[in-house]
Write a protein that binds this ligand. Structure first.
Ligand code: NDP
Length: 237
């Protein structure tokens, strides 16, 4: 297990699902971990009590609040930008406000968060965004706007890796495929359809995504930058 003792780590969107697994993983590695949440106060407080991590209520859609929260953490070693939402449906009938809120959380927030983190970050820091294999492949109808948001992250990662590389800061995206969470339950109505696209026909466990985050953030990750690390059971193959 990578040792994150003495590291200042912030997870955006850590109260549930993949984000909570990442909080567990870095806290178990000895890191000083804080995480944000928006709506799930009870889950956030329970996770904080269990792991010793600090829970901070900050809606990623509120740009100024998000930037203030990141600036308030000082010199970070690791930021994982996990907070995200999923809006699926017929583009002709979806509410445009719902689409714009998803773009705020999945695109605008990760950009401003990554830049603000880098402003204060220690040398050799790590910026990790949680993208999606849907940034590469959207094999069913109704996911165009979500795919747009995750594809947008790819351009950001490639560009920011070059902006911050001279300080040893790496910028990467982890691109999960179907992963068991409230957003995408392993027993949900879409599960069989999704498994049909996969070589390994099951949802990933959030802990499997967290282990990849720990690897990228650890000492062996120094040369991984500007990359999309897909972990999807072959969904995109
Ligand atoms: P969940 O819906 O289970 O959890 C989402 C987490 O993000 C919660 O902790 C939630 O906090 C937080 N969050 C959502 N909106 C905001 C916001 N506006 N401000 C702050 N925090 C917020 O999702 P997953 O764990 O499944 O997904 C996590 C990430 O992984 C997302 O970016 C998603 O797109 C991506 N992903 C997921 C896949 C999957 O199959 N599950 C596949 C590929 C990518 P709270 O409840 O407190 O608001």
């Amino acid at each position: 297990m990578n040792d994150f003792t003495g590291k200042n780590i912030l997870i955006l969107g850590g109260s549930r699902g993949i984000g909570a697994a990442i909080v567990h993983r870095f806290a178990a590695g000895g890191g000083g971990v804080a995480f944000t949440y928006a709506g799930s106060r009870d889950a956030a407080e329970a996770l904080a009590a269990e792991t010793g991590a600090e829970a901070i209520r900050t809606d990623s859609a509120d740009r100024d609040a998000l930037i203030a929260t990141i600036a308030g953490r000082g010199a970070l070693d690791v930021i994982v930008i996990n907070a995200g939402t999923l809006v699926l449906g017929d583009p002709l009938t979806l509410d445009p406000d719902d689409i714009d809120r998803m773009i705020d959380i999945n695109v605008r927030a990760p950009y401003h968060a990554a830049v603000e983190a880098a402003r204060h970050m220690n040398a050799n820091g790590r910026i990790i965004v949680i993208g999606s294999v849907n940034g590469d492949r959207m094999p069913f109808a109704g996911g165009a706007a979500y795919a747009l948001t995750k594809a947008a992250m790819q351009g950001m990662v490639r560009g920011l890796a070059r902006d911050f590389g001279d300080r040893g800061i790496t910028v990467n995206s982890i691109q999960p495929g179907p992963t068991d969470s409230e957003m995408n339950p392993a027993e949900g109505p879409m599960a069989a359809t999704m498994h049909g696209f996969m070589a390994i026909k099951r949802h990933a466990r959030p802990q499997e995504i967290a282990e990849l985050a720990a690897y990228i953030a650890g000492p062996n990750g120094a040369m991984i930058t500007g990359s999309m690390q897909t972990i999807d059971g072959g969904f995109g193959a």
